[in-house]
Structures are given as C-alpha cells and as structure tokens.
Design a protein around this ligand. Structure first.
Ligand code: 5AD
Ligand code: SF4
Ligand code: FES
Length: 349
C-alpha cells in the first residue's frame, strides 16, 4: 500500500473506529503499516482506557483436557503432557495469595477438565468471591445451565477465545469442536451478564489477513469486553510442532487494529507474545494493550501447564513477577490499575 492510502486508512480508523473488511485486511497484510498503526492505537488506548495497566492474577488449576486442539500441549493425545489438578483448597489458597499481592482480579484457567463439574467450580467461585476478588473463569465450553450456575455463584467474567472465526480452519485445528458451539457459548455468556473476553491465535497454518480482519470485525460485532490474542508458539509435542511461529509484527498490527476498532476493550499483553519475543509485553502495551496477566500458579504446576514451550516466567516466582511487572509498568510512565479494571463504557447510551 502506498504511504498516502495507508495514512488515510489509519486516520479513518482512529477517528471513526470503523473499517471495512477489505480495508482492515489491507492494513493487516502491510508490514510497513505496523508502527503507524501502533502509534494511532496507543493514542486511542490513552483516550479511552487511560494509562492504567490492569493486572489479573492467573491461576492455572488443571492441565487435564478432553479436547484435542492441534496446536496445544494440553491436548488429550499428548501422552507426554504432565497432568495435574489442584484441589479446591489449593485454588482458594492461590487466590488468597493473589489478593495479598494486590491483584484485584483472578483468572481461573484450566483445560476442559470434567472433574471440575459446575457444582465443584461454583463452590470454589463462592469461596474466592468471599475474598472480595473479581473472578474470571477460563474453563472452555460448557452447557448453558453450567454457565448459569457459575454466574450465580458470583463469577464476573469469562474468557473463551474463538481461536479463529474461519469455520473450516477452526474445525480442522480443533477436531470434534464446532464453530456453532463456540458461538453459542459466547452468546450464552453475554446473555448471562458475564463480561466476555474472546480472541484468536495469529499465525495458524492457512490463516490469511482476510480471516484476521474478519476476526477483528467479529470481536466488534459481539461487543467483546476483552480481546486476548497471541502468536502461535509451535509445540513439538503437537501436530503443529513444525509450523512457523506467529509473526510478531502481525501480532502487533492485530493488537493495534483491535484497539482502533474496539476502543473501550481490555486488551492484554500476553505471555505467548513475551515467549516469542522478550520485551513484547511492553511493546504491546505501547501498541494498544492495557492489561497483563501475571501467573500466580506455584511450584510444579507452573511448569506443567505447558500449552507451548519456553513459556515466559515459568522459572520465576509469583512474587518476582509481581515486582518485575510493577517496575516495568512504572518505567513506561504508566500506572498499575487500581480497582477491578472492568470494561470501560464511555460515550455510550
Ligand atoms: N501457542 C500459542 N497459544 C496457544 N494456545 C494454546 N496452544 C497454544 C500455542 N501452541 C492458546 C489458545 C487458548 C489459550 C488458553 O492458549 O488460544 O485459547
Ligand atoms: Fe484443551 Fe484449550 Fe488446549 Fe484446546 S486449547 S487442547 S481446549 S486446553
Ligand atoms: Fe515474570 Fe518479569 S514478569 S519475570
């Protein structure tokens, strides 16, 4: 794309927060647009969600998964995966530590582990809510009634990435899962009053700029409260082990495009980004992102929750990461978020 066309599109996105699919795809395909897109997204981030970086304490509580996603180390066919399941008491104890560390929100994440029935999870959610924390669940696909039980137990937010909105690609990479089910889950969650986070992987084999543009427009169409994306980090224990890692400049254009089109959304700088490119979290926080999710999982579980290899911070302690992140945020001239850091609603009815 020539300089003038590129500038006109980015300017339009910054002013109107709208782009057509073809316009978005052209920007996403254009490596030369990266810095200008990121700078525009950084301005929109500041205007809409401010300088606070919200921290969410991530508790990875089970590495069992009944699904078989081709990219993921927790897939059921990975016989080398190290499986563990924290007890409800251990999960609540980690939440207490997260609270003591000053994190207002915990994200309870696991593979799709049937041991954690909705009733068991609901009991844990109730205990964690008694601590006064905001609770985000990231436990995959469930029946509508289960989502309802968890919401009634006090869960505030739910993360479920669409992974890719391209039906054929999704169903190829997530065998046995269906695009319709994924959409049903996200619609249920919205209807039940959760703040809903979704997102996609960047760099999947066969994924195009047009598909990524449709992903961004999808996030906008469901009014996603949070959008978490990350590069594919090839995992040698999976069928996608020999694929190329996701392109970090494309990831950066995606973060920026998401901020431009969903100006109020919470957008994390994710661990997968940092894993592929040290310093990427800060770069993404300057390109539209406003959230980080420090891992508060301790001990062996911290190593065993291996979606992909080389995960940033696995060898560090939660205490170390707490201090490290705060220092990095301040060094950027930003502040650590106070309060739950829910989705902002500005200029809306
Ligand atoms: N590389 C990057 N991200 C991955 N995820 C799973 N496997 C990988 C991988 N190899 C992501 C998926 C899932 C989230 C919890 O982790 O997008 O939704
Ligand atoms: Fe299971 Fe999620 Fe990994 Fe898929 S991405 S195998 S659902 S943990
Ligand atoms: Fe974990 Fe810096 S955030 S070591």
């Amino acid at each position: 794309m020539d300089e003038a066309a590129r500038h006109a599109l980015i300017d339009k996105a910054e002013r109107t927060h709208r782009l057509a699919e073809a316009e978005l795809a052209a920007l996403l395909a254009d490596d030369g647009a990266t810095d200008e897109l990121a700078a525009a997204a950084d301005r929109v981030r500041r205007a809409f969600v401010g300088d606070e970086v919200h921290l969410r304490g991530l508790i990875e509580f089970s590495s069992y998964c009944r699904q078989n996603c081709l990219y993921c180390g927790l897939r059921r066919d990975n016989k080398n995966a190290q499986r563990y399941r924290l007890s409800p008491e251990e999960i609540v104890a980690l939440a207490e530590k997260a609270k003591a560390a000053g994190y207002p929100t915990v994200v309870m994440q696991s593979g799709e582990d049937a041991w954690f029935t909705a009733e068991r999870l609901a009991a844990i959610v109730r205990d964690v809510k008694r601590l006064g924390l905001t609770v985000t669940l990231s436990v995959g696909e469930r029946m509508t009634d289960e989502y309802r039980v968890l919401r009634e137990a006090g869960a505030d937010r739910f993360l479920l990435r669409i992974e890719t909105t391209d039906r054929a690609l999704y169903e190829r990479l997530d065998p046995g899962m269906s695009h319709e089910d994924r959409i049903r889950c996200l619609a249920d969650l919205k209807r039940l009053g959760y703040e809903v986070g979704t997102g996609c992987l960047v760099g999947l084999p066969g994924q195009t700029a047009e598909m990524l543009a449709r992903d961004v427009l999808f996030f906008r169409s469901i009014d996603a409260d949070m959008v978490g994306i990350g590069p594919l980090v090839p995992n040698g224990e999976t069928p996608l082990g020999d694929e190329r890692p996701g392109d970090m400049r494309l990831v950066r254009r995606m973060v920026a495009a998401i901020r431009l089109l969903l100006p109020e959304a919470n957008i994390p700088a994710t661990t997968a980004m940092e894993t592929l490119s040290p310093g990427a979290r800060e770069l993404m926080l300057r390109s539209g992102a406003n959230v980080m999710m420090p891992n508060v999982t301790e001990g062996e579980a911290r190593q065993k929750y291996a979606l992909y290899p080389g995960k940033a911070c696995v060898a560090d302690t939660p205490e170390h990461c707490r201090a490290c992140m705060e220092g990095r945020i301040r060094a950027m001239g930003r502040t650590v978020g106070k309060g739950p850091g829910g989705r902002m609603r500005k200029n809306r009815k």
